[in-house]
Design a protein around this ligand. Structure first.
Ligand code: PAF
Length: 287
């Protein structure tokens, strides 16, 4: 049965709503989002519901993680549909601050993440991104004080950066990574997929198909450099402009030159970012 969630738009209203939710020592989960909710987000919400008594979803398109040349203005905003979807999942509380509530006049404090935030992947192409993400996520955590928080594995580097920040700053939130939800043809669900033209949408699944092919070669003992170079060729031949296709250590995201060893001792991740027309897609796979 659908139940409209409480909607808080400023910090005092959020605190009052959270006090109510926590009254019986409830375990609270936070799912941070920028709205434009799709099946990927809804699977995070369902996972939060399985793991916690109360679920808070934040919807805030965070300006500080967009460069001036990026799509902050055009980023899809679908508030009514988002609330209907969250109501259908009986989410308890939606935290929906406006920019002034999140960054009041005179705001002057930022988090500058290092470690997994400066390994030459997303940070190489979007140098502003992780500072903006870390700052807003730290704020979301201190505002909502969740016991657990769920992030999608599609943004794998972001997941690692947030986990590191929580450890470093003793934020006391259990960060959980959730598997990427895909379209039937393998394309990772993303709010930005709406930017793809019909032709680009047809080509887009090449990215995940290539990740699977390269990962299979690596698992079969193929040489890392050759397997990755072969994958890069497939991606560019399909019409993408490739930002990176890289094999990395799955925890530190440090470069990995040999595909040897796997599992717990040497977990690896193959990560890709590529542009199709004006749309930038990212994806990754465990190796
Ligand atoms: O992954 C996202 O949607 C955003 O980067 C996040 C974590 C909500 C921070 O704005």
């Amino acid at each position: 049965m659908s139940r409209t969630p409480v909607i808080a738009r400023n910090v005092p209203a959020l605190r009052r709503a959270l006090d109510g939710l926590r009254a019986k020592n409830a375990v609270v989960a936070l799912v941070p989002t920028m709205g434009a909710l799709h099946d990927g987000h809804m699977s995070l919400v369902r996972q939060a519901k399985r793991r916690a008594d109360k679920v808070v979803v934040s919807i805030f398109v965070n300006p500080t993680q967009f460069a001036p040349s990026e799509d902050f203005g055009a980023y899809p905003r679908t508030w009514n549909e988002d609330v209907a979807k969250l109501a259908a999942e009986s989410v308890d509380l939606v935290w929906h601050p406006d920019t002034k509530a999140m960054y009041p006049s005179g705001f002057a404090t930022r988090i500058v993440p290092e470690g997994a935030a400066v390994v030459g992947l997303e940070d190489r192409f979007r140098p502003h991104f992780f500072g903006g993400v870390a700052t807003v996520v730290a704020k979301l955590f201190t505002q909502c004080r969740p016991d657990i928080a769920i992030f999608g594995e599609k943004d794998f580097q972001q997941l690692r950066v947030v986990a590191q920040m929580v450890r470093d700053l003793d934020l006391g939130v259990r960060v959980i990574g959730a598997r990427t939800v895909r379209e039937r043809d393998g394309l990772a669900r993303s709010s930005r997929n709406v930017y793809l033209s019909e032709e680009e949408r047809r080509v887009a699944p090449v990215l995940y198909r290539t990740l699977k092919e390269v990962a299979a070669r690596l698992r079969a003992g193929g040489k890392a450099e050759a397997a990755v170079a072969g994958g890069a060729k497939i991606i560019t031949t399909a019409g993408f402009e490739l930002d990176y296709l890289e094999l990395r250590h799955a925890e530190t995201l440090a470069p990995v030159t040999s595909a040897k060893g796997s599992g717990k001792d040497a977990p690896k991740r193959l990560l890709v970012a590529a542009r199709l027309g004006k749309t930038r897609l990212i994806d990754n796979i465990a190796v």
